[in-house]
Design a protein around this ligand. Structure first.
Ligand code: PLP
Length: 238
């Protein structure tokens, strides 16, 4: 039985529609007020996740779109011989983009990049960290891991995954050594208090659909240092 959105959210919608106009598209008072509220929402989300600030965030329609945006923003950075490591615990949203990147997109650009997939233990449902570590090497540009599996309910130890990614020895252009880490937090954010700085991820993707049944706002919150070089869609107005 589908649950309706929270009453507080429906009440907010009702109040806002009385004073609603297009965002960034008009000079009327309602338009300017709606634009202000829209812009302020970046600060609200940043504070909620303890993100360094609104400039490290971008909003999308869903977790899936946020992960695809990261994939496309990194597209030109992959070198021939690189690899991406993901896991068998992933929702399709955090597997298909990377598989498609390696099997369909980059070959057309003449680059061979491998998609490696880490196992999980079929008895415990836990991510096989030893297998993950064996797949990550000095050519691993990116590690992609779920924050909480939608079919196992298991939360991989992200600090361990971060440690493995950091130890890879990959040379990221301009930002030093180590693999990037993307966490699919579609099931983590609704269940845990998430602090992106404590998690120390490069990208965190989630959607409000899974939190409040709001059909929008996939969000990717990179480490502040990761954002500048290769995330053309990281745009929140200052
Ligand atoms: C772990 C996980 N990742 C990604 C998604 C896809 O989320 P979205 O519908 O916001 O793209 C889901 C959806 O349930 C999920 O459970």
């Amino acid at each position: 039985m589908p649950r309706p959105p929270p009453r507080a959210l429906l009440d907010l919608y009702r109040r806002l529609t009385l004073d609603y106009e297009n965002v960034h598209r008009g000079q009327s008072l309602p338009s300017r007020r709606t634009t202000e509220r829209f812009e302020a929402s970046y600060d609200t989300i940043a504070a909620w996740l303890n993100a360094p600030g609104r400039r490290t965030m971008a909003t999308y329609r869903s977790t899936t779109e946020a992960i695809n945006a990261v994939m496309y923003s990194l597209l030109t950075e992959f070198q021939d011989g690189d690899n991406v490591v993901t896991t068998m615990m992933e929702h399709n949203s955090n597997f298909v983009p990377w598989y498609g990147l390696c099997r369909e997109i980059l070959p057309r650009l003449g680059r061979r990049v491998e998609c490696r997939v880490a196992r999980f233990d079929h008895d415990t449902g836990q991510l096989d960290l030893a297998h993950l570590a064996s797949l990550v090497d000095a050519r691993t540009k990116l590690v992609c891991c779920t924050g909480a599996s939608n079919f196992l309910g298991v939360k991989p130890p992200l600090s361990e995954v971060r440690r493995i990614a950091d130890a890879s020895g990959y040379q990221q252009p301009g930002t030093g050594s180590g693999s990037l880490l993307l966490v699919d937090a579609a099931q983590l954010v609704p269940h845990d208090a998430v602090d992106v700085q404590a998690l120390d991820v490069d990208y965190l993707a989630f959607s409000s659909t899974r939190c409040w049944r709001l059909s929008a706002s996939g969000c990717s919150t990179p480490r502040s240092t990761s954002c500048s070089g290769h995330c053309p869609s990281c745009t929140a107005e200052t």
